[in-house]
Design a protein around this ligand. Structure first.
Ligand code: NAD
Ligand code: UDP
Length: 309
C-alpha cells in the first residue's frame, strides 16, 4: 500500500484518479481548495478510512509523508483559468515548486498534469512531444499555457538539480462524468445545452478541431506513467481521433435526441485551430492507447448529466 497525494483531487480528473488509486489498494490524500472542484465529487469516498480530504491551497507549502504525488491542482477550463489569471499562474508555478519541494524532502515520485496547451496554436500537426509549441506569451490563455510550460521547466530542473523522481504527462481534451456543468468546456456545454433544449453555442465557424479522450482511458494512462520506470516524459495522453466542433455539436444533438439547434458565437482570441496528439510514445513506453470511442464516452457522459441536471 502506497501513501499517495492527489492535488486537485476533488476536481473532475482528480476525483476519478482517487477512485482508481483506492481501488488499487492505496492510501490516498486528496488536497483541494475547491475553487473548481466539489465535495460532491468525493462524497462517496469520505467514509473510506484509506481516504483523507485536506482543504488547502497549493500556492502554500505543506508537509506530509507520502510516497507519490499526482499534481493536478489548477483550474483547467478557459473561463475558470481566466477568472483570476494571476492566481492561475501562481497555482501552476508556486504549486509546482511547493509540490516539488515536498517530493524532494520525502523522496516521493511526482507526476505533473501538463497539457496540450503547451503546444499553443500548433504549427505542426498532429503534435509529437518533440514539438516546442507556438504559444502567445501575452494573450488571455497565457496565464494557463505559460504557467504549465514553466511548471514543466521546474519539474525537469528539480530532476537535473536535485534528482527528484519526476513524470510529466501532456493531457489532451478529456471529458466524462463529473465535469463541472458550468465550466464552459465544449463537451459539457453542448451536452447541458442539448439536454435543456437550448441552442448549442458553436464558437466561430466550428471548423476548429479537438481530439477527445474519455476519462477512464486517461486515468489508466496517468497511472501507467506514474508506475513506469526509467521514463520521465513528457508524454502525450489523449485520443488521436480528431473532430471539428461542428461535428461534435451534431453528434451530441443526435445522441441526446434533442430538438436544439446550433448557433454561432464569437470565437475567443487565441483559440487553437487544431489539436491532435501523436501517441506513439505512450504506446511504446506505457503500452497504452485509448479504448473508448467518442460515441460510447459521450453516451456515458450524457447519462451522468441527465442524472445531475
Ligand atoms: P478541474 O477544474 O475539475 O480540477 C482542478 C482541481 O484543482 C479542482 O478541484 C480545483 O478546485 C483544484 N484547484 C485549483 N486551484 C487550486 C489551488 N490553488 N490549490 C488547490 N487546489 C486547486 O479540472 P480537471 O479537468 O480535472 O483538470 C485537472 C488537471 O489536469 C489540471 O491541472 C489541468 O490543467 C489538467 N488538464 C486537464 C485537461 C482536461 O481536458 N480535463 C486537459 C489538459 C490538462
Ligand atoms: N467551444 C465551442 N462552444 C462552447 C465551448 C467551446 O465551440 O460552448 C470551442 C472552443 O472555442 C474551442 C473548443 O470548443 O475551440 C474546445 O474548447 P474547450 O474550452 O473545451 O477546450 P480548449 O479550448 O481548452 O481545448
Amino acid at each position: 500500500m502506497k501513501r499517495i497525494l492527489v492535488t486537485g483531487g476533488a476536481g473532475f480528473l482528480g476525483s476519478h484518479l482517487c477512485d482508481r488509486l483506492l481501488a488499487d489498494g492505496n492510501d490516498v490524500i486528496c488536497l483541494d481548495n475547491l475553487f473548481t472542484g466539489s465535495k460532491d465529487n468525493i462524497r462517496h469516498l469520505l467514509v473510506n478510512p484509506y481516504f483523507e480530504y485536506i482543504r488547502h491551497d497549493v500556492t502554500e507549502p505543506i508537509q506530509l509523508e507520502v510516497d507519490q504525488i499526482y499534481n493536478l491542482a489548477c483550474p483547467a477550463s478557459p473561463i475558470h483559468y481566466q477568472y483570476n489569471p494571476i492566481k492561475t499562474a501562481n497555482t501552476s508555478v508556486l504549486g509546482a515548486i511547493n509540490m516539488l519541494e515536498l517530493a524532494r524532502k520525502t523522496n516521493a515520485r511526482i507526476l505533473q498534469a501538463s497539457t496540450s496547451e503547451v503546444y499553443g496554436n500548433p504549427q505542426i500537426h498532429p503534435q509529437p512531444e518533440s514539438y516546442w509549441g507556438s504559444v502567445n506569451p501575452i494573450g488571455i490563455r497565457s496565464c494557463y499555457d505559460e504557467g504549465k510550460r514553466m511548471a514543466e521547466t521546474l519539474f525537469f530542473d528539480y530532476h537535473r538539480q536535485y534528482d527528484v523522481d519526476i513524470r510529466v504527462i501532456r493531457i489532451f481534451n478529456t471529458y466524462g462524468p463529473r465535469m463541472n456543468p458550468s465550466d464552459g468546456r465544449v463537451v459539457s456545454n453542448f451536452i447541458v445545452q442539448a439536454i435543456r433544449g437550448e441552442a448549442l453555442t458553436v464558437y466561430g465557424t466550428g471548423t476548429q478541431t479537438r481530439s477527445f479522450c474519455y476519462v477512464d482511458d486517461l486515468i489508466d494512462g496517468m497511472v501507467r506513467m506514474m508506475e513506469t520506470e526509467d521514463f520521465l516524459g513528457p508524454v502525450n495522453l489523449g485520443n488521436p481521433e480528431e473532430f471539428t466542433m461542428m461535428n461534435l455539436a451534431k453528434k451530441i444533438i443526435n445522441l441526446t435526441g434533442s430538438n436544439s439547434h446550433i448557433v454561432h458565437a464569437k470565437l475567443p482570441s487565441d483559440d487553437p485551430v487544431q489539436r491532435q496528439p501523436i501517441i506513439d510514445l505512450a504506446m511504446e513506453m506505457l503500452d497504452w492507447k485509448p479504448s473508448i470511442s467518442l460515441d460510447d464516452g459521450l453516451q456515458r457522459t450524457i447519462a451522468y448529466f441527465r442524472k445531475i441536471l
